[in-house]
Design a protein around this ligand. Structure first.
Ligand SMILES: [Zn+2]
Length: 49
């Protein structure tokens, strides 16, 4: 998946390395890029629960 409009929020050290956090400007979803290069997308709606 390709995201062209994202904001870089910051990075945080986890157990397996540094995760980078972004936010999609379109839908507000959070995107987490792991050190292995895997992108996790967290729904903006789910974060309200
Ligand atoms: Zn989005």
């Amino acid at each position: 998946m390709f995201y062209d409009r994202i904001d870089f929020l910051g990075e945080q050290k986890g157990e397996k390395g540094t995760n980078k956090y972004f936010r999609c400007q379109k839908c507000g979803n959070a995107l987490i890029l792991s050190e292995e290069g895997i992108i996790y997308e967290v729904s903006a709606k789910l974060r309200l629960i």
